[in-house]
Ligand binder design. Sequence first.
Ligand code: AMP
Ligand code: MG
Length: 330
Amino acid sequence: MKKNLLIFTLIILSIFILGGCTKQDNEQYRAEGSSLNTYVSITLYGCGSSEIAENALKLCDYYEKILSRTDSDSLLYKLNNEGHIYVDSPEAEILSEVISIGIEYGKLTNGALDITIEPLSSLWNFGSGNESVPKPEDINVALKKVDYNSVEITDKEIMTGGARIDLGAVAKGYIGMKIRDYLLEQGADSALINLGGNIICVGNKAEGTPFRIGIQRPFEDTSDVIASLSVSDMSIVTSGVYERYFREGDDFYHHILNPDTGYPCDNGLLSVTVISEDSTACDCLSTGLFVLGMEEARKLADSLAGVYAIFVDEDYNIYYSENAEQFLSK
Ligand code: AMP
Ligand code: MG
C-alpha cells in the first residue's frame, strides 16, 4: 500500500517537473492577428511552441462568440435580444460569470462602471466611422434602461430585466486571464499577452528580468510612451479617451460614458492605467476609475489591496495612487 502511494507521488511529481519549463533557449513563439475588434498578439519566451501560441490566440475567437455585443451569433447578443437565457452550457456559464464580475465591479465603483450601458454605446456607436452626437431625447430614452440592478442571475438563468448588456469594459480583461491560465497549463510560464493594449505579463521576460511596458502618450503612436513600467506576473490595462473618439465642430466625444448623464465623461482625464495581478480587475477598474474621476478614483484604488492606478490628465501631468510609482522603470 505504502509502495503504491510512493509510486503515485513520484508520478505526480514527475508530471509537475516535466510540465514546467526551464528557459534553455532564446526561442520566441509568436501568434498575432485581428480579434476582439483590435490587434492581438501573444509572445512566448523560451518555453512553449508556435502551436501553443496559436491555440492561445484562437481562444480570443472562442470568447468573442460568447461575449460580443455586436456579433449577431454571440450568446450575449441572444441574451440581449431574448431578455433571458438558461445557464445550460459551458458558454452560458462563462457569460454568467463575466456578467456577475461586471455587476460586482459596478457595485464597487458605485455605478461608475455599468455593464448595462449598451443602449448608450449603441446610440453613440463609437468606432463605426459615421458617428454623430445623438439627440438629447434619444439619450434620455437610452439612459432610462441603464441600471445593472435590473439584471438577475441564478444558477439556472440569466435575466436582463429589460436592460441590455455591453461587456466592452470587462471582456478583454477576463479573456486575458483565460489565455494566461491556458499558457501556464501548457508550461509556457514566460509570455506577454497583448489584447489591444490590455497587457498580461506571465512570469518574467527572462530569468529575473521583468517585462518593460510603456503607457502610451495620449493621441500619439503606441510607441510614444509617457511612462515606462517594469513588471513581472502583472496585468496592465489602460482606458483612454484616444482609443475611440470623434470631433464635431470644436467638441470632442470619446467612448467612456458617464452612466448618470449619458454623455462621455468630461473630468479632465485622458487616461487611467490600472496595474494588478488580475487582468479582469484591471479592465473593470480602468473604466470604472476613469468614470469616477481622479479624486474618487485615487481613494478607491488606495483602498484596494494589490491595485495600483496611474492617471494622465489633459495637461499630460501624471498622478499615481499609493505605491504605484514602485513600477516605474529605473
Ligand atoms: P475600456 O476600453 O475598457 O475602458 O472600455 C470602454 C468600453 O466599455 C466602451 O467602448 C463601451 O463599450 C463600454 N463602456 C463605456 N462606458 C462605460 C461605463 N461607464 N461602464 C461600462 N462600460 C462602459
Ligand atoms: Mg475596461
